[in-house]
Ligand binder design. Structure first.
Ligand SMILES: [Zn+2]
Ligand SMILES: [Zn+2]
Length: 428
């Protein structure tokens, strides 16, 4: 006699072994792929490698509850099917010498998003920020930052505002950053997130369009995000307290969470935080940015829109990108850093639900340009149809470092001060 989940229709798919029911955190589980697309079943230790595990019907709630106990997951078994289809999708390239770059590679590059031209911002080791317009091949210095003071050498990252007016330069795994007004060339803000575990957390910073104005969100402490006016440095999310000392009572809304890389939805509504909690466990979360800024200053701590999209042991700050205003694509299927399958997992950030996933996309930079484009060092670039999960194209000789969503171009840095601009063409 095998115990099926009591909520499931007897005709429901057989997706769990009977030994995992009723669901209990103390029972270890593994994902066992069937080899048919993204299909898998959940199995206990004794069924993990058994030729025919004793599978029973289970409801969605029991399956999700079992998967949610990520510390009970002991790995993956079998392989998921990687699908592909022949298509005319391919990349065309244009190599453009930019003598102003000199021989050394830029420390960081980012797209300048105002307009649809292929304009970029490059940080040189001298601290010069160059605006490089690849359409008419104009190069102009726009500002200068103190790279050693930021401790931002090989660790530098640039983020730009949607209106093209501001840029931040930060030490991606460091403490400090600066905001620059690209029209005046002046620094308007300094960014400081403290020292606590900054080497384990990507610097949290992002520009967001809020109606007609631009704001910047960044970490002001390991467990606190704030929004500012980047032109003046005015704080827009006043609230206290968010920390306490030994012997003091723990404040209401206290957040025990390390903020890491931020990602903003294309419409500026949703903010994604790829942070972690002790032990350490990655905790990918989403919340309504506009609600935070206009209605509830505690939204980023414990607001009603806050969603826990994924928990993953020892893994945070992974590749990700939005594929529309509400759907986030994230690298990796699994719940432990040591057993992750190359995959793209799609979440609805408003409901927090995992929508679907497909195997194949490697761990690399995720971009969205009609399709999911993944650039992985040593593996080149692959293109994936996000609705079917099929691989449409692969180019092992091409690994761009950045994408310009308005110009729909990709950028690579070649030796000798040459930039390669690439476009995707061809029908899927
Ligand atoms: Zn079993
Ligand atoms: Zn059930």
């Amino acid at each position: 006699m095998t115990a099926a989940c009591p909520h499931a229709d007897p005709q429901a798919p057989r997706r769990m072994c009977s030994h995992l029911l009723p669901v209990d955190q103390a029972e270890d589980h593994a994902f066992r792929f069937t080899g048919h697309g993204a299909e898998y079943v959940l199995v206990c230790r004794s069924c993990a490698d058994a030729p025919a595990p004793e599978l029973v019907p289970s409801c969605d709630a029991c399956r999700r509850e079992c998967e949610g106990y990520v510390i009970s997951c002991f790995g993956l078994r079998g392989t998921a099917e990687v699908k592909s289809r022949a298509s005319a999708v391919r990349f065309v390239h244009r190599d453009i010498p930019v003598p102003a770059l000199g021989e050394a590679e830029p420390l960081a590059l980012a797209p300048l998003l105002a307009g649809t031209g292929s304009a970029w911002l490059a940080l040189l080791s001298s601290g010069a920020l160059l605006r490089i317009d690849l359409h008419d091949l104009r190069v102009a210095p726009v500002a200068r930052v103190d790279v050693p003071a930021l401790d931002a050498g090989t660790n530098a990252r640039i983020d730009t505002s949607p209106d093209g007016r501001f840029a931040s330069v930060v030490a991606a795994r460091g403490r400090r950053g600066v905001v620059v007004d690209l029209e005046s060339g002046m620094a308007t803000m300094t960014l400081d997130r403290g020292e606590y575990h900054v080497r384990d957390c990507e610097f949290s910073v992002a520009f967001v369009r809020d109606g007609g104005r631009t704001v910047i969100v960044h970490a002001t402490a390991w467990n606190r995000l704030d929004v500012f006016d980047p032109a003046t440095g005015e704080l827009l999310t006043t609230r206290q307290p968010t920390s306490y000392r030994n012997g003091e009572p723990r404040p209401a809304h206290y957040l025990d969470y390390f903020h890491c890389a931020l990602t903003v939805s294309p419409d500026g509504r949703w903010l994604i935080d790829d942070g972690w909690v002790w032990h350490p466990q990655g905790s990918l979360s989403a919340f309504d940015f506009r609600r935070w800024l206009h209605e509830n200053p505690w939204e980023s701590e414990d607001g009603p829109s806050l969603r826990d999209l994924r928990r993953c042991d020892y893994f945070c700050d992974g590749p990700k990108c939005f594929i529309d205003d509400r759907t986030l694509a994230v690298w990796g299927f699994g719940s432990d850093d040591e057993s992750m399958l190359d995959a793209a997992v799609l979440f609805d950030v408003e409901t927090g639900e995992r929508l679907r996933w497909f195997a194949g996309p490697p761990r690399g930079r995720f971009f969205f340009d009609r399709h999911l484009v993944v650039a992985a060092e040593g593996k080149g670039t692959s293109v994936w149809d996000v609705s079917t999960g099929e691989r449409l194209h692969g180019d092992p000789a091409f690994t761009p470092v950045a994408h310009h969503p308005a110009a729909q171009t990709f950028l690579s840095v070649l030796p000798g001060g040459v930039l390669r601009e690439s476009r995707m063409i061809g029908d899927a």
